[in-house]
Design a protein around this ligand. Structure first.
Ligand code: ATP
Ligand code: MG
Length: 264
């Protein structure tokens, strides 16, 4: 594949916070158009830092990032980000929050009618039609995260960056949101890079799983997940993959843990 075949391509990436040891070194990875990639790893291994570098929010100390075949000096308007907290503006209703930023200077100019249509479509896609006039104080955590997802979709991104977007939600809402994410990513024809420390989330959502670990952080292993959807958490193939990932995790840890928890 040439670089133009990737939505996102990173080669030889390294990063160190000022005056600190390297957070990660020599990371090369790619996300194909319409592909959902999960970046999985334990707490503190550098996933969020890597995501910020990949999204153009932070320059790498070495290596390069290319987005849609071009170097990425700053965040691209053709990508969108979703974080663990929905970060809604409390004085704006659902519609205004979902449309927030769409008319910022670096965004492509769009006509007012298209702006309204995009926001309306995005709100409907995340299942919030009818809640347009609500304010953040009247939304549950899951609804707030739906608004954050709608705000990302309204940009019609080529790539959605998501950093543990569901980890603050209860298990049932999280499962709903995982299904929703796969659904909207497919319908919107966008690619997604999902940071998670939840093995089951990675298996249920991703087309490919990249395991990150070590100090400094590096890519430990990668799995192509060709299982049909919807994937059941207790399916045989899912259980086998889950064990394989756990074994890889334990193998790369200096002090092997005996945990069988799916959250690392
Ligand atoms: N702004 C910062 N300045 C200095 N060091 C930082 C900063 N942000 C993160 N770090 C350090 O960089 C390392 C990687 O942090 P990062 O947040 O990328 O990890 P993570 O894998 O996302 O962890 P988690 O799963 O807990 O979110 C950690 O050791 C952290 O303490
Ligand atoms: Mg993080």
């Amino acid at each position: 594949m040439t670089v133009a075949d990737w939505a996102l391509r990173a080669d030889g990436l390294a990063f160190a916070y000022a005056g600190g040891a390297p957070t990660f070194e020599d990371i090369s990875l790619g996300v194909r158009p319409r592909e959902i990639v999960a970046l999985l790893g334990g707490s503190g291994c550098g996933k969020s830092t890597l995501l910020r570098v990949l999204a153009g929010l932070q320059p790498p100390t070495a290596g390069r990032v290319q987005f849609l075949g071009a170097p990425l000096p700053e965040p691209s308007p053709r990508s969108a980000l979703v974080f663990q907290q929905a970060s809604l503006l409390p004085w704006l209703n659902v519609t205004a929050n979902a449309g927030f930023g769409l008319d910022f200077a670096r965004q492509p100019k769009i006509a007012r009618a298209e702006h309204a249509q995009r926001v309306q479509d995005a709100i409907a896609a995340v299942g919030l039609a009818g809640s347009e006039k609500r304010y953040p104080a009247a939304l549950s955590g899951g609804m707030a995260q739906r608004v954050a997802l709608a705000r990302a979709l309204a940009r019609q991104p080529e790539l959605l960056f998501a950093d543990e977007p569901f980890s603050a939600l209860d298990a049932i809402t999280r499962a709903e949101m995982q299904t929703l994410l796969v659904d909207v990513v497919h319908r919107w024809h966008t690619a997604a890079l999902l940071v998670t420390h939840d093995i089951d989330e990675a298996i249920l959502v991703a087309d490919r799983i990249i395991l990150m670990g070590g100090r400094p952080g590096a890519i430990v292993r990668e799995w192509q997940v060709d299982l049909p959807r919807p994937r059941l958490a207790d399916g045989e193939a899912v259980s086998k993959l889950r064990l394989d990932i756990l074994a890889a995790l334990q193998g790369q840890r200096t002090t092997a843990s005996t945990t069988t928890e799916s959250t690392i």
